[in-house]
Design a protein. Structure first.
Length: 378
């Protein structure tokens, strides 16, 4: 990546030679050019929100920026990219979207996320640190910036305009208004599970902003909940890519002796899963972990893995995450252990499961979704 401060070598995390997606795009480059051309002062507290793979903070490392991200993978990519470019790790302060933000912000740079809710939550959390002199610049590809995005900046920060497009990227230029009456932060958001789910009906669910389908139960999870395997005794279960944790919580409610491990790479998701679990007063044992899938989970230590794999990485469609999840599941399952997957029918997960496990059975299906089961044979 070419920046006004030199060339950078950047990669996503984990690195995969089959994955041709870059660790930066035209919107990152546009923002950095804007800062240099306008000679934006960077001597104060610089906060970078939503830097996907660390491209922005690596370029600005000489100014000791603060990165705020919801992504564990993005945070690890940042660490790796700083090292790759010879930057001391202490040059950038790494925070998650769950951490208290800086009390004063002089420059706020926003990589517009896919989730408008996450943007709303974070802008409202950061707003108290803004002042009349704060420089606020957002960036994203044209297809990522909508009227609702600009309205949100207006409503939470102040007067907002956009730049001309360059290489299909656009900037959001915002002037903080200290007198602005901001709305209350609606996140986290709670709702009760709908009728038709037997003993789960009416159970509370808690969602932090940015979690998939945060204001309602998504139809894929609903389909899965009605077909979960029954467990008995001290079984070790993983809710992999747990989101709001409703699947793992359902298992724990049905079998209080089960030990359920909730894993997601999103800090917002794991916080949601723990809040959902606690709200239901589950008597069993739950563990909550942010990380890259099943990395760090011991081999042959689990009896059951349940997952609804994502098939998007930001705006890109990819099966890389599902591949890692399935491979990890085979490694951590004990002989006879089972992987249960729900997914869109067209994704063809059964082909990959057969190749990896040597078997794949259809548990249930409808025109849109399938639930698949694979057994580790030894």
């Amino acid at each position: 990546m070419t920046t006004p401060w030199g060339e950078l070598s950047l990669a996503r995390h984990p690195e995969d030679p089959r994955d041709q997606l870059r660790a930066w795009d035209a919107s990152d480059a546009y923002l950095l050019r804007h800062l240099a051309e306008r000679k934006v002062p960077l001597s104060g507290t610089v906060v970078v929100l939503g830097d996907r793979w660390g491209a922005l903070v690596t370029a600005l490392a000489a100014h000791s920026p603060v990165q705020i991200t919801d992504s564990w993978l993005g945070q690890e990519a940042t660490r790796a990219n700083l090292a790759r470019n010879g930057v001391a790790p202490g040059s950038v302060r790494l925070l998650t979207t769950q951490d208290p933000p800086p009390e004063r912000i002089d420059v706020l740079l926003v990589r517009v996320p896919k989730s408008l809710a996450l943007l709303e939550d974070q802008l409202l959390r950061l707003a108290p640190g803004l002042h009349a002199g704060t420089v606020v610049v957002g960036t994203g590809m044209v297809k990522e910036i909508h009227t609702s995005t600009l309205t949100l900046f207006e409503r939470t920060v102040g007067p907002t305009r956009t730049s001309l497009a360059e290489q299909k990227a656009r900037l959001i230029l915002c002037t903080p208004d200290p007198a602005l009456e901001r709305p209350a932060n609606p996140w986290p958001y709670g709702y009760d599970l709908p009728a038709g789910l037997d003993e789960l009906s009416g159970r509370p669910v808690v969602n932090h902003a940015g979690v998939f389908c945060a204001d309602r139960l998504d139809i894929g999870t609903r389909f899965f909940l009605g077909r979960l395997p029954r467990t008995e005794g001290a079984r070790r279960v993983v809710d992999l890519g747990c989101g709001n944790g409703v699947v793992g919580t359902a298992v724990a409610l049905a079998n209080p002796e089960a030990e359920v491990l909730f894993i997601d790479e999103s800090f917002q998701a794991v916080a949601s899963a723990e809040a959902t679990y606690r709200a239901n007063g589950v008597p069993g044992h739950g563990e909550f972990r942010v990380g890259d899938g099943l990395a760090g989970v011991p081999d042959a230590s689990m009896d059951l893995v349940l997952t609804n794999p994502p098939f998007h990485s930001h705006q890109a469609t990819t099966d890389a995450t599902a591949r890692r999840m399935f491979t990890g599941a085979r490694r951590v399952l004990r002989p006879g252990g089972e992987l249960w997957v729900v997914g869109n029918r067209h994704l063809g997960y059964h082909v990959r499961l057969k190749r990896l496990f040597g078997n794949s059975g259809l548990v249930a299906g409808d025109p849109k979704f399938v639930v698949l089961r694979a057994v580790k044979r030894g």
